[in-house]
Design a binder for this molecule. Structure first.
Ligand code: CA
Length: 243
């Protein structure tokens, strides 16, 4: 499923750069340069996500945000703003934006946020369905909520894990890392993809961090962490989960 992104930005350079880069990432992109066109485009075509500049001609970003959310409350909106003091105003609103970026920002940061928001929406839609291995390589994955690995039971919904009946101490990142791999059975996942998907844009850890987390995860869920049964190293790439 191709996801549609609507870009609303009056600065030509930024708008064109955003359109080009998001299209290269595989999104279907529509871009407009003022607030009125944004509303028309959203009414006509809808969108799975909106990237919205705040200072716009004709209709300002806040008004566009309000109208778009009135049309579709669930559509995620990322606000772009040149001034960090505008951020409080946006985030504090009842019809709040889902995320924001202060200009100037990097494309990598934007991609991470777009992905995270689309995944969040998708998760809400698909909660309760069982994991579909055929969908495993897409960003759109069904969410597996619980898994039994030998005598270890992991519940991704409550973030609790038990070995036999003893509760395991696992960090949220460890749960998220495991969940990401578990939802892509038998598919090798690159360390860099794990960094993007599990750590996201807030921090800048190294691929070494991934290795450390994997080692800790193995200590907890594997019977023999030195010879893992579930989380396998794929040399030159990263890791994969073997059910
Ligand atoms: Ca502007």
């Amino acid at each position: 499923m191709v996801q549609r992104v609507l870009i609303v930005e009056d600065e030509d350079v930024i708008r064109m750069s955003l359109s080009e880069n998001l299209a290269l990432e595989g999104y279907k992109v529509t871009s407009v340069e003022d607030g009125e066109k944004a509303i028309t485009a959203f009414k006509d075509n809808g969108a799975d996500l909106v990237v919205l500049d705040l200072m716009l001609p004709k209709l300002d970003g806040l008004e566009v945000l309000k109208q778009i959310k009135a049309l579709d409350m669930t559509v995620p909106v990322i606000i772009l703003t040149a001034r960090s003091d505008e951020v409080d105003k946006v985030v504090g609103l009842e019809i709040g934006a889902d995320d924001y970026l202060t200009k100037p920002f990097g494309m990598r940061e934007l991609f991470a946020r777009v992905k995270a928001l689309l995944r969040r929406t998708q998760t809400l839609i698909e909660v309760g369905q069982t994991a579909n291995p055929n969908a495993a390589n897409n960003d759109v994955v069904a969410v597996l909520e619980q898994i039994q690995l030998g005598d270890v039971r992991v519940d991704f919904k409550t973030y609790r894990a038990f070995k036999s009946d003893k509760e395991l101490e696992m960090s949220v990142k460890e749960f998220e890392l495991l969940r990401y791999l578990v939802n892509r059975p038998d598919i090798p996942v690159a360390r860099n993809d794990l960094l993007d998907e599990v750590w996201g844009y807030n921090s800048y850890p190294t691929t070494r961090t991934v290795d450390n987390f994997i080692a800790r995860l193995r200590q907890k869920i594997e019977d023999t962490p030195d010879k893992p049964r579930y989380i396998i190293t794929v040399h030159g790439i990263g890791y994969k989960f073997v059910p």
